[in-house]
Ligand binder design. Structure first.
Ligand code: ADP
Length: 731
């Protein structure tokens, strides 16, 4: 011990010698320095006072039995490079590395204790603590890829505890592929001298982790043998987040690019940053062009103020978004309408970042709206200024609107306008021809609400002031796009004056026909008598004159008949009698009667199949119809040409055709010959007639739900075909 004490002055470490009494018997100068106690004061210090200065590595006191000097003595154990924290009275603590050894007497008793200690390298210690506190993993590799140092305390990310890695080669620890990458990075770093950064994934404890790595060269003391620093950071979370962001961004991109709606991002100053294809197509500009020109350049000047006002509010944060319909100009100058929605994206501090504009092309809809407004304007003008009354009803028949003319014609008070259809109908009290009230269910108005259109119905109605008027009434149901009836519209014309004129005319006609018939009968009666008297007379001229009187009287008579019939027809006084007629027999009898009256009837050939179904029509009226057609056929064809009558079935009706080979009818006359008093030019100049026959024929047929049609070729002849409903089999 004495020798040790002698050389202790030359040692770089602190040295304490304790004697048999466990007290300091020697301390070198370095020990005084390290312990911050002068060697003189150390002399005689007991063992437990020295032990009390050593704390564990976390700086906490150590129990007596674990304290280093006590442990050495009690367990007779040497401590080699045991590390402790040295807590000094007036100076900061630091780590020391401690060695203890016992000195024995020859008989084996403890003679003393040698304690030497050095201060641990402070910076390395600190560095370890520092790196340990970081999330990063730091390795040091030698040029052969061996782990030299593991500066990390995040053991869960190391493939093995740090101490086990030291001295092993990287390919023993990580998969070959990653080891290859690391080796190639070493080579690259060595060759270029520049750090290499890369990312890699590694399965750690059953989960894949992503790492960011930086390999750099560490200058070596020894020439040509560098080492490498390897810094790795776990970026798994960031990676996952990145993937999610990329995925959502891809989704957003797809939406942006393919949207059928125009989308643009713009800087708060209105400059376009990005525009999708749809917007480019809408405006006719490329995305680059849109970036260059300000928004105002393709905005309609009249819409800019309203837009800017809203935009300012958006910037001020008063609103989050706004929408408006505005006009834009395409590159080709064409004006389009868009429905624009603008919203503002702000950063975390609330500063405006960019605006998002969504534009839908509504030009077509706008044009339709404008056109609709124009049409509505026109309709309104017609509605207001029409001389005829116009009434709009809802689906229940309540009046929605009526124009002044309608109010005036019907004499409606405001209360009556609001009344129900039944109440208004009661007010009208329309009558049947026999004077009885026509029930609402049978009225034309009611049928309109069953979906039927009514054209020109004439009604005799009573106004609220008691006056009775005649109105012509047309009405149509109104349907919505799904085909549901939503109401009706009617047009009324006051035809009281016309109707009165017509009534008077009919009275005249009736009177004329009736009152002229008697003198005419007298004239033709006396002319017949005169003819009989002159039959044997040599005065042939007198006889001829008598014949002419008779013919003229006959013609006049048939005119009277026609006029009377017309009067009856038009005043609704014709009464219909239904008979079941067997056409074959009927025509046979008819021809017999005709042949008796006129030789001309010999020209008629009838071919009516006897097995044809019976028809349902009044016999007297059918006689008038066929007589009319046959007499026309005979009248308008040459005396040597035949007239044919045929009949056949056609769609549940029996059709009878009267065909002649006469002069025919010009196409322009065909449509008119069924009109009242119409006669063709050639007929007017030749054969006598009234122009009423076909009109009356048609009216009769229509009364019996029949019809008439004609086909004719000039100089080849005409065929008049009438069709009459078949009688029910039981009839
Ligand atoms: P009308 O008493 O003049 O015969 P209708 O009403 O019977 O009057 O016929 C109207 C017109 O139709 C006739 O004036 C005639 O011009 C034309 N018409 C009718 N039937 C024939 C026919 N079979 N052939 C040529 N023209 C005809």
């Amino acid at each position: 011990m004495e020798e040790i004490a002698r050389i202790s002055g030359f040692l770089g470490c602190g040295l304490l010698l304790l004697d048999e009494e466990r007290k300091v018997c020697h301390a070198n100068a370095r020990a005084g320095e390290i312990l911050d106690i002068s060697p003189v004061n150390l002399f005689g210090m007991p063992l437990h006072a020295i032990d009390a200065m050593f704390m564990d590595l976390q700086g906490k006191p150590i129990s007596e039995k674990d304290s280093p000097l006590h442990r050495t003595l009690s367990q007779r154990e040497r401590l080699v490079e045991a590390e402790f924290t040295l807590a000094r009275k007036n100076a900061p603590p630091f780590r020391i590395s401690l060695n203890t050894s016992l000195v024995f007497h020859d008989d084996g008793r403890i003679k003393g204790l040698v304690v030497d200690f050095t201060r641990c390298c402070r910076s390395e210690d600190r560095l370890r603590q520092f790196i340990g506190a970081m999330d990063e993993i730091v390795f040091e590799f030698d040029a052969e890829g061996r782990y030299l140092n593991v500066w990390s305390e995040t053991e869960e990310l190391l493939m093995a505890p740090g101490s086990e890695l030291i001295g092993r080669r990287v390919e023993e620890i990580v998969p070959k592929e990653l080891a290859d990458t690391i080796y190639s990075a070493f080579r690259q770093v060595k060759a270029t001298g520049k750090p290499k950064i890369f990312e890699y994934s590694l399965e750690v404890r059953g989960g894949v982790h992503w790492f960011w790595a930086r390999i750099a060269l560490v200058p070596s003391h020894k020439e040509g043998e560098p080492t490498f620093s390897f810094l790795a950071r776990d970026i798994t979370e960031r990676k996952k987040l990145g993937q999610a962001v990329r995925k959502s961004e891809r989704r957003f991109r797809g939406l942006f690019e393919n949207a059928a709606i125009g989308i643009a991002f713009a800087a708060p100053d209105g400059r376009c940053l990005e525009a999708n294809q749809c917007l480019c197509d809408m405006l006719g500009y490329s995305e680059e062009e849109l970036r260059e020109i300000p928004f105002a350049a393709y905005s309609h000047p009249e819409d800019i103020d309203a837009d800017m006002e809203q935009f300012d509010r958006l910037l001020r944060g008063e609103i989050n978004t706004y929408s408006m319909e505005k006009r834009l100009f395409r590159k080709d100058g064409q004006e389009i309408w868009v429905h624009l929605t603008i919203s503002l994206q702000r950063d975390e501090e609330g500063n405006p970042l960019y605006t998002i504009g969504i534009a839908e092309n509504i030009t077509r809809r706008k044009h339709i709206e404008v056109e609709k407004e124009r049409l509505l304007g026109e309709l309104e003008a017609i509605f207001v200024s029409a001389g005829d009354g116009i009434i709009l009803y809802d689906e229940k028949g309540m009046i929605l609107r009526l124009n002044d003319a309608a109010k005036e014609i019907l004499g409606y008070s405001d209360d009556l306008v609001k009344a129900s259809l039944a109440e208004r109908y009661l007010q009208w009290s329309p009558r049947r021809p026999d004077g009885t009230m026509l029930p609402l269910e049978e009225s034309a108005m009611f049928r309109v609400f069953q979906g039927e259109a009514i054209k020109g119905a004439i009604a005799h109605v009573r106004r609220p002031d008691g006056e009775k008027i005649w109105i012509s009434f047309s009405a149509s149901p109104v349907f919505d796009s799904s085909g549901r009836q939503t109401g009706a519209v009617s047009i009324l014309t006051d035809v009281t004056n016309l109707q009165e004129l017509k009534n008077r005319l009919e009275d005249y006609l009736h009177m004329l026909a009736h009152d002229l018939r008697s003198p005419l009968t007298v004239i033709s009666g006396y002319a017949e008598v005169l003819g009989e008297m002159l039959r044997e007379s040599p005065e042939r001229e007198l006889l001829e004159s008598t014949r002419a009187i008779i013919n003229a009287a006959d013609h006049m008579h048939s005119m009277m008949e026609d006029l009377a019939e017309l009067g009856r027809l038009e005043s609704g006084q014709t009464t219909l009698h239904y008979d079941v007629v067997h056409l074959h027999e009927f025509i046979e009898d008819f021809l017999k009667r005709q042949k008796k009256r006129s030789k001309d009837a010999e020209r008629v050939r009838a071919a009516i199949p006897p097995d044809l179904p019976h028809v349902r029509i009044g016999k007297n009226h059918l006689e008038r119809i066929i007589e009319n057609l046959v007499s026309n056929a005979l009248k308008y064809s040459a005396p040597d040409r035949e007239v044919e009558i045929r009949a056949d079935r056609e769609d549940g009706r029996v059709c009878l055709a009267v065909k002649d080979y006469g002069q025919g009818i010009a196409p322009q006359d065909l449509a008119l010959i069924f009109e009242r008093f119409y006669r063709t030019t050639s007929a007017r100049s030749s054969a006598g007639g009234t122009g009423m026959g076909l009109y009356i024929t048609k009216k009769f047929l229509e009364s019996y739900s029949g019809s008439i049609r004609v086909e004719s070729t000039i100089d080849q002849g005409s065929t008049f075909t009438i069709c009459i409903p078949e009688a029910e089999p039981s009839m």
